[in-house]
Design a protein around this ligand. Structure first.
Ligand SMILES: *Cc1c(COP(=O)(O)O)cnc(C)c1O
Length: 337
């Protein structure tokens, strides 16, 4: 990764869990491949998750530019917003979050509660399309940038999900870490499943897989609509990241496939298969999936195992991207009542 600036925020390397009891619950070695779970839910930063890897590069970039404040956007229960707020504390930056909410006064719970604990300033914009994660936040972001400038502070705007070229570097280095661990374990997995949202993770994983000669095929599972625009965003982030790294490799639209079969009714709306996956993984491995991302990603893996799509002699990897605070919201609790 050369000399690209990186600000340490995550506890790395994250461990890999060999999910033996989960494999037994899915039919055992005769029917189910070996399942390894890459524990990026354990990156540590403000309760952990995939955004910690992106933020190591994004915060370093903000500091290099002399920023005083970071601004970012997302849904009201955004994990990215929560981890940005946590990262800002550690780096000594101010943090303003522009969050999209269906309610004028959203409940102070889950990630939003943590945003407040980390001292972030939070502003809300109304939600528009329930299939998508965010609403019209550009005007509010521009307003905050102006206010910060008027107060003599330079603001660094982090795009939704941290999914810029700089953010994508997090999963280029994350892939090098994973591929090294798999090599040390002597395994050559055939698939890597993950929940895909704003696509920065996918951009980094795709470029990283190329650069690190990964054995697996990436299986991104979409958690929200808007595929054509998101593929373009991922392609741009990946190729701009390659340029930052000074490597020749480029990725194309065909490399950025996502499975559209597990979104359900839309972003943030739990699916029956996702809720079943939360129970399954909790009761076998004591690992907590979240209702928005990882449960939908995992439900694709479960479907494919049950359909016999993956030879049981294979090894597959699930990238656990975090999201645990969403379990502590009224919306999720209501699914248990
Ligand atoms: C943000 C997030 C993702 C998706 O990552 P993108 O880079 O936005 O695609 C997956 N899982 C969790 C828990 C997340 O918070």
């Amino acid at each position: 990764m050369g000399d690209l600036p990186r600000y340490p925020l995550a506890t790395l390397p994250t461990p890999i869990t060999d999910a033996v009891r989960l494999r037994d619950a899915l039919g055992g070695p005769a029917r189910c491949p070996r399942i390894l779970i890459k524990r990026d839910d354990l990156t540590g930063l403000g309760l952990g998750g995939n955004k910690a890897r992106k933020l190591e590069y994004l915060i370093a970039d903000a500091l290099a530019l002399g920023a005083h404040t970071v601004i970012t956007t997302g849904a009201v229960q955004s994990n990215h917003a929560r981890m940005t707020a946590a990262a800002a504390c550690i780096a000594g930056l101010r943090c303003v979050l522009v969050l999209t909410s269906r309610y004028e006064v959203p409940a102070l719970e889950g990630n939003l509660l943590l945003d407040r604990l980390f001292g972030a300033e939070v502003r809300f914009v109304p939600a528009e399309d329930p299939m998508l994660a965010v609403g019209r936040d550009e005007e509010m972001v521009a307003e905050v940038v102006r206010e910060e400038a008027a107060a003599g502070r330079l603001a660094y705007v982090i795009p939704v999900g941290g999914s810029s070229a700089v953010g994508a570097l997090g999963y280029v280095s994350g892939t090098a870490e994973l591929v090294g661990q798999l090599r040390d374990m002597g395994v050559a997995p055939t698939r890597l499943y993950f929940g895909s949202g704003s696509r920065g993770t996918q951009a980094g994983l795709t470029l990283g897989a190329r650069l690190s000669h990964a054995t697996y095929k990436l299986w991104g599972v979409a958690v929200s609509a808007g595929e054509p625009e998101k593929i373009e965003r991922a392609k741009k982030a990946a190729n701009d990241a390659a340029a930052l790294l000074g490597v020749e490799a480029r990725v194309d639209r065909e490399d950025l496939f996502t499975d559209q079969g597990f979104i359900g009714e839309g972003y943030g709306i739990p699916t029956p298969a996702g809720l079943e996956a939360i129970d399954l993984v909790a009761r076998t491995e004591a690992i907590l999936l979240d209702p928005v991302y990882t449960s939908k990603g995992f439900s694709a893996l479960v479907r494919h195992v049950r359909d016999g799509d993956i030879p049981p002699t294979d090894t597959i990897v699930f990238l656990h991207t975090g999201g645990v605070p969403a379990l502590f919201t009224r919306e999720f609790v209501a699914t248990r009542a």
